[in-house]
Design a protein around this ligand. Sequence first.
Ligand code: NZQ
Ligand code: ZN
Length: 388
Amino acid sequence: MLGNFSYSNPTKLYFGEDSLQFLNEELPKYGKTILLTYGGGSIKANGIYDKVVEILKANGKQIVEDGGVMPNPTVQKLYEGCKLAKEHNVDLILAVGGGSVCDYSKAVSVSAYCEEDPWEKYYIRMEDVDNKIIPVGCVLTMVGTGSEMNGGAVITNHEQKLKIGHIFGDNVFPKFSILNPVFTYTLPQYQMVAGIYDIMNHITEQYFSGEDDNTSDYIMEGLMKSLIHSSRIALENPTDYEARSNIMWTATWALNTLVAQGKSTDWMVHMLGQSVGAYTDATHGMTLSAVSMAYYRYICPYGLAKFKRFAVNVWDVDCSGKSDEQIAAEGLERMEAWMKELGLTMNISALGVTEDMLEGITEGVFVMDGGYKVLDHSEIMEILRASM
Ligand code: NZQ
Ligand code: ZN
């Protein structure tokens, strides 16, 4: 049974090859000063920067540049962005990049006018926003996180060895997001496949929880099938528009809050992956792939019916003559084979994790209680060891 909920998603999307021109419709809604946030330079190399700046200028905007947003944005960078945004009294933050740039922009949007240390308020104490929020718009260039249509903003604190996501409310979601699949063509294959696995894992995090019959699980099965199909085509031919556009659209639906309505969710792979990320600064999707198989094999007996359903409905496993345990295991084997086909990182030692880090990583894992098994310290350690 679906639980009760209220639902809205305020982000307006513009999707397709010509979607950038819709910036011309959005920009007049905001004041003159734009904080243009972007990453380490990919948008300058592929020409997206020039196109965006041209439109901003044509709309009479004054640009305050805030480049150099690193993958897994840091709290230090957040403080810098806040200073810049407040100093220039910016009217809109325009994020041009991947999940890191979008997340960072949302974090700046709620932190610039925050009177306390935003890390303490939003990330340690998980408090709500009670100050002015600067509106954010996104031009997405990397697919995976769903940040373009959600309130998530993940920040890394290297000093404290913590990587934490705050899920903000509707008022922090991007006001608009521009999704042009062609903008993702220049992604290195490593980032493309990491993003594909991030999408898959956003879905499985929400799927592997609860035993109720609900529409969300059927939607998620469809999303997973589409993703698996399109991923294989994109791997062969990264400029296949049909495949790249389907992947982009699936990413948005995987984490724009829709499929989580009225059901419980897990999120333990992300909690494990984030703690690995705090120690290694590795690519987000790869931190997930590296811990996934050990985690899912560990919890499978506790959620056997759902793992069986996953095997049959997503991976077309033939049930004849097999026990439920065998069917569920075969589903996971097929997922693992697909992950290897994509070339994902399958263990945490390949991301730089060493034996002496395991205790600290275990300590840094936030334990969620929505999955099939609430993990204790020794179980987390066991899963991490099995991921080595
Ligand atoms: O920095 P530049 O030079 O732009 O290069 C980036 C970066 O090195 C590059 N890139 C992006 N678009 C490109 C491109 N290179 C060539 N052509 C393009 N079109 O790709 C690299 C990775 O970018 P990044 O934004 O870091 O990747 P992603 O989108 O995976 O974002 C990762 C961050 O999002 C957080 C992660 O924890 C991580 O910090 N997440 C946010 C979530 C949310 N808001 O809900 C949920 C996710 O689970 C995730 O935790
Ligand atoms: Zn993710």
